[in-house]
Design a protein around this ligand. Structure first.
Ligand code: FE
Length: 340
């Protein structure tokens, strides 16, 4: 009798955890771009699988998955920062997923060495400069942003933002804590104003003459240059794009990926895999690059024309998981050096 009960129980459990016939999927997403709705609509049309999305910041989504535990409806966790994927994997909230058919189309340096997440796009955190007040050859590296010549001229958003935390993590990984602390100290003393607003706001502030250079994610420039709002278009046109650390002995510009991972207790795992497959197809990759101006993880998919005009660039080859591993130290340095 006991044995029979155990078998029944196991059968119920496995049917719950697989839910093979389900026709939906639940995504917890940190992404905040209009293109995502288009991707999910295209996926629904192709597969008949209904996509439900919960949008929030990564910390809120991680906390939610943690609180929900085994009963979490989350199938997929999508972020705009590898650091948060690494953190979720460390907390045991993700399951490993490896599929050669998917990863063979992706640049190997963008892949997770631990097998928890799959990158869907990548972006660089670059320097933009006023075409009126700065000449391109005055710029060189992230390190040089500490130079006194930028005093009162540098614009950047707050340190609570995960793009800045990822950049700082990369600098800690490359230079070590002491040099990074000195760097951050000098960078803060070059700020044109207390950090505020979004990446786009920093570009608008250059156009308005409130500063001369800014640290921003590359795709926001594409979004400004393709905007129907005159203010945004003018802001985009007022600046030049510069990829830092491109010299022969330099490591390359910092990159981060927007990535996707299967939740530990995913109730619709097969559907989750279908979506990962779809988002890495040529079709979906083209939809990303032409709508958000991000870079494709597939080296054969060209960026949008606006982005191509900025030229190719060398990427920092750092293992992307370091953007999570060094995060705590990065935040400590922000606090210590008064980067608000
Ligand atoms: Fe963004």
């Amino acid at each position: 009798m006991k044995k029979y009960l155990l078998i029944t129980f196991t059968l119920i459990l496995s049917s719950c955890s697989q839910n093979e016939n389900s026709n939906e999927i639940n995504i917890y997403s940190q992404r905040h771009y209009n293109v995502d709705e288009l991707q999910y609509a295209n996926f629904e049309k192709k597969t008949g699988i209904k996509v439900n999305v919960v949008k929030a910041n990564a910390d809120e989504l991680i906390q939610r998955m943690k609180n929900e535990g085994e009963n979490s409806p989350a199938d997929l966790f999508i972020t705009v920062d590898v650091g948060k994927l690494w953190q979720a994997s460390e907390m045991g909230l993700l399951q490993k997923f490896e599929d050669r058919d998917i990863t063979k189309n992706i640049s190997s340096e963008l892949l997770d060495k631990n097998g928890y997440w799959i990158p869907v796009t990548y972006r660089s955190r670059i320097i933009v400069y006023s075409k009126e007040r700065v000449s391109k050859d005055e710029l060189s590296t992230y390190e040089d942003l500490a130079n006194k010549k930028w005093k009162g001229r540098l614009l950047v958003r707050s340190s609570s933002n995960s793009y800045n935390q990822a950049l700082m993590s990369s600098i800690v990984a490359n230079l070590g804590s002491d040099l990074t602390t000195q760097w951050s100290d000098a960078v803060v003393s070059n700020f044109a104003r207390d950090p505020k607003g979004s990446d786009r706001d920093q570009v608008k502030a250059i156009a308005a003459g409130q500063g001369d250079i800014a640290i921003v994610n590359s795709y926001y420039i594409g979004l400004l240059l393709s905007s129907e709002k005159e203010e945004e278009l003018n802001a985009g046109k007022s600046i030049g794009v510069f990829f830092p650390n491109q010299g022969n002995n330099e490591r390359g510009a910092h990159v981060n990926v927007s990535g996707i991972a299967i939740a530990k207790n995913s109730p619709n795992r097969n559907n989750a895999i279908e979506l990962i497959k779809y988002l890495t197809t040529d079709e979906a990759q083209k939809t990303y690059v032409n709508n958000t101006y991000e870079y494709s993880v597939n080296p054969n998919i060209m960026p949008d024309e606006i982005v191509q005009a900025w030229g190719k660039f060398k990427k920092d080859p750092l293992d992307l998981n370091m953007l999570g591993i060094k995060r705590e130290e990065a935040i400590r340095i922000f606090d210590k050096t008064g980067w608000k």
